[in-house]
Design a protein around this ligand. Structure first.
Ligand SMILES: [Zn+2]
Length: 65
């Protein structure tokens, strides 16, 4: 009965939660890529310091060794 499709979710880079882009209320574009967040708080944290949460290429200058 339940018509549940596996939603394509993305990870909230701040808290690691799964977020559905179709319903996400909080999103931002960074380096041409859309990132989605579970809450405004996560979005703000990300916008404050995107590099810290992406860790895709450059590790932040404050990466601990
Ligand atoms: Zn979050």
């Amino acid at each position: 009965m339940t018509d549940q499709r596996p939603a394509t979710t993305v990870k909230d880079p701040v808290c690691g939660m799964d977020v559905d882009p179709a319903t996400a209320k909080h999103a931002t574009e960074y380096q041409g890529q859309n990132d989605y967040f579970c809450s405004l708080m996560c979005r703000k944290a990300f916008e404050d310091n995107p590099g810290q949460y992406l860790g895709r290429q450059d590790a932040g200058p404050t990466a601990s060794r």
